[in-house]
Design a protein around this ligand. Structure first.
Ligand code: DUC
Ligand code: ZN
Ligand code: ZN
Length: 471
């Protein structure tokens, strides 16, 4: 009998640690051996000319999330995880979002029902806390952290989601006690409301004014405040989707002071700008997301943040809505004001190719940094390492086989999710995923779907070392 189920032979194995010529042997869904001349396997896969890397882990995606009256998110767990698999990801971390009045347990149950049997890649949920009641803080949250929901997001903006500073402090205190990581959407709610009202009074309602309504100081101030609140409580925080230099500098300053403050940035802040929102008619709605894409200097600052490790995570913030759809970006009310345009853009399938091409290809980051930023650091941050995020004996055999030479012009015709557009249309990239393997099973093979919904499993997470308080 063959010693292994599969050997991936002749490729170059890249991890966050090193790059080496090695074959990878898989048994029972795990990496069983690494090296040359590993022996027999039931199947030997030729990886010559390819990179063999830990599958992407996208720790910031939104799937099947209620998004307001008459709005429907374009991806459910089936289509979203299919797009993820085609983009070289073996795991995604979507949000289970509480709405006011809901019990967190019920929310989690509903998201499990939506995900169960549908996923092509592994999934694990972060929580979103919108209603910080005594029951949520005192009972539900600690019990859910114990059950493996070890991270939660809080919003400093949005009707129905924004927490007051008092509520933020209370959530942070629970996180500290429970050992969970708090993720923060840092934008100043009152400032956005004030600016939005003023723009609307002036008749400035086109999609491009979405960016005008949430300028950099709105994000910088909230980032500073979130860090200050976290410092008061002595709790680690992850500032998500950072878009610009000033917010980045707030994080870097906190890190220099020894605070456990982490940062995440996303493709839209590297390759899009505010000008993209200035399309004819409603075209700009395709780029409405928060924080908005900024300018060239902000792009440079976000690259620097990846290079100097101020940002440890590169996520997509995949938050998909169809464009040509009255339940999506072209919701009728959205024509009256940017305020009503659904907020978010797709990106789970293009995250890796964009960072590989713009980052590794243009020598801004190394191959090993690419793996860290797209996979390993996500596993370490969110309590999944070393089960996920590595190619090492004993880790899950979650692997992307990658053609570093393949040139592709990104286009919607190549995408596999539920949206009808990609904000990255026309961008030329070099480097593309060929096959995606989840726990030893091909879910995408040579560019074709080879798995089924249900191949992906739910993963309960450990507490992360990075979420431990310092004192
Ligand atoms: N924040 C996100 O993280 N995703 C989409 C919209 C938003 O505001
Ligand atoms: Zn957010
Ligand atoms: Zn998001």
């Amino acid at each position: 009998m063959a010693a292994f189920d599969t050997i991936i032979k002749g490729g170059t194995v890249v991890t966050a640690r090193d790059t080496k010529r090695a074959d990878v042997a898989i048994r029972d869904g795990k990496i069983a051996a690494l090296g040359i001349d590993l022996g027999e396997a039931r199947e030997v896969i030729d990886a010559s000319g390819l990179l063999v890397m830990p599958g992407g882990i996208d720790s910031h995606v939104h799937l099947s999330q209620p998004s307001g009256p008459d709005i429907v998110m374009a991806d459910d767990f089936e289509s979203g995880t299919r797009a993820a698999a085609f983009g070289g990801n073996t795991m995604v971390l979507p949000f289970a979002m509480q709405q006011r009045g809901q019990s967190l347990r019920e929310v989690v149950k509903a998201y499990h029902a939506a995900a169960n049997g549908k996923c092509h890649v592994d999934v694990s949920f972060h929580l979103i806390i919108a209603d910080a009641t005594d029951a949520v803080l005192g009972q539900e949250l600690p019990a859910l952290v114990h059950d493996g929901y070890t991270s939660f997001k809080v919003f400093m903006t949005y009707e129905g989601l924004a927490l007051s500073d008092m509520e933020m402090l209370k959530v942070m205190e629970v996180a500290r006690e429970a050992g969970a990581l708090v993720m923060v959407h840092a934008e100043n709610y009152d400032a956005i409301r004030f600016l939005t009202d003023r723009l609307e009074r002036a008749g400035q309602t086109a999609p491009k004014y979405h960016a005008t309504s949430r300028p950099i100081p709105v994000e910088r101030e909230a980032t500073h405040r979130a860090i200050s609140l976290a410092e008061l409580i002595d709790v680690p925080v992850m500032i998500v989707h950072v878009s610009n230099r000033e917010a980045r500098d707030e994080i870097a300053r906190a890190q220099k002071r020894g605070l456990k403050v982490y940062g995440e940035t996303c493709p839209q802040y590297l390759v899009l700008t505010e000008k993209d929102l200035d399309g004819l008619n409603m075209e700009g709605a395709k780029y409405v997301c928060s924080p908005p894409p900024r300018d060239k200097d902000s792009q440079i600052a976000c690259w620097e943040g990846l290079q100097d490790k101020t940002f440890s995570l590169f996520s997509s913030d995949h938050c998909p809505f169809r464009y040509n759809d009255p339940k999506g970006k072209l919701v009728p009310k959205g024509r009256t004001s940017f305020r009503w345009v659904p907020n978010g853009i797709p990106g789970v399938e293009t995250r890796l190719p964009i960072l590989f091409s713009e980052g590794v290809g243009k020598k801004r980051i190394t191959l090993n940094e690419f793996v860290a930023l797209t996979s390993t650091n996500h596993a370490k941050t969110y309590g999944l390492y070393p089960k996920k995020g590595d190619i090492a004996e004993g880790s899950d055999a979650d692997i992307v086989m990658w053609d570093p030479q393949r040139q592709v012009r990104i286009s919607q015709a190549l995408m596999h999710g539920g949206t009808d557009y990609t904000p990255y249309e026309g961008i030329e990239v070099t480097g593309w995923p060929v096959s995606t393997i989840v726990r030893g099973k091909f879910v995408v093979r040579d560019g074709k779907l080879s798995g089924q919904p249900g191949d992906g499993q739910y993963v309960a997470r450990e507490k992360s070392k990075l979420a431990e308080a310092t004192r």
